[in-house]
Design a protein around this ligand. Sequence first.
Ligand SMILES: Nc1ncnc2c1ncn2[C@@H]1O[C@H](COP(=O)(O)OP(=O)(O)OP(=O)(O)O)[C@@H](O)[C@H]1O
Length: 374
Amino acid sequence: MTLSVALRHRFAGFDVDLDFEAPKGVTVLFGPSGAGKSTVLNAVAGLFHPEHARITLDGTVLSDTGRRISVAAHRRRLGVIFQDGRLFPHLTVRQNLRYGRWFLRGRSRPGSWAAARRESDVIEMLGIGPLVGRMPGTLSGGERQRVAIGRALLAEPRLILADEPLSALDDARKAEILPYFERLRDELRVPMLYVSHSAPEVARIATTVALLGRGRLLQIGPAAEVLSAPAAVAGAGREAGAVISARVLRHHADGITELDAGGVALFLPLVNARPGARLRLRIAASDVILARERPAGLSALNMLPGVVESLHEDGNVVVVRLNTAAGALLSRITHRSCSALDVRPGARLVAIAKSLSHAPEDIGTPFCDIPRTA
Ligand SMILES: Nc1ncnc2c1ncn2[C@@H]1O[C@H](COP(=O)(O)OP(=O)(O)OP(=O)(O)O)[C@@H](O)[C@H]1O
């Protein structure tokens, strides 16, 4: 799947002018409020018609203002998931699930064997069997969002568009729904364009990050590259953090898992993954402190020596970008610490990570019972 987007539009006081290509996997449109993320997503969905647009999916034209082509939204074969679920309130969950399929031609029309099979698979995957007879008004926010994912999937989309699908949910519901998006990415391999302004969410879900600011594309690339870039740091504010890749080495008897990240040993409370599995680690900038030398007698287990690459002012604090063997890390420190440590580009320092969060990186990584070594 390659989605190619080029659009230009002038609103009163704001204009969008950008083009990018989204490769397969999940491409997250990331950036602060008002950057233009929803505008791009709505243009791809066919719900917004920019003055100039050329949007193609695998070479098929969806919009081309130069040739006066604009495929109707319901004929684009896209599954759209909005922040608030947007289920039809007068239809049951099952009728909502089937709604997207009415636009499909051929064997997958409701009633066919293939459609029934597909429907039961999707219902099972999302755990919404007990909900099918209910009306949307009686569902919780998390349940509504799972039904919205199911409806999008059953439309057999060529691409799923998700516009901040978790932002209306509390943290517990977010944690419940995010793994379903990871399953779409890893097991079903449905390509997605996903809008978010939450850095931790992007760190978990994104294959590619397109960083937007004031209607422009600032940067596009793999999550690890873009999330620690200066423009992302500025956009993410307090949530800024880096993503690095690590491999599970072994599980120790005291409940600690040892990882290898570019030759650096990292230690986490027991991770439910087999030795050899690759993990994606997010290290929030506010959880990293800096030292001139590797300190002794410290409870933190994870220390990564590196060289300062750059410094970025962020209000009252400074975000330091450090190159380590494991990848780029960010640290959020005060101006006072910055001068006390004499932090400047080229300085050799040790980053101490107070906490790390992790998610599987490999497609289909088995999370299972794990042998521990003494
Ligand atoms: N129909 C419209 N008329 C006028 N201005 C608009 C319209 N739609 C969007 N805009 C403006 O375009 C800018 C980008 O809006 P958009 O919703 O795409 O941003 P966003 O990055 O998705 O923001 P958020 O994270 O807050 O949803 C905003 O300044 C918005 O006011």
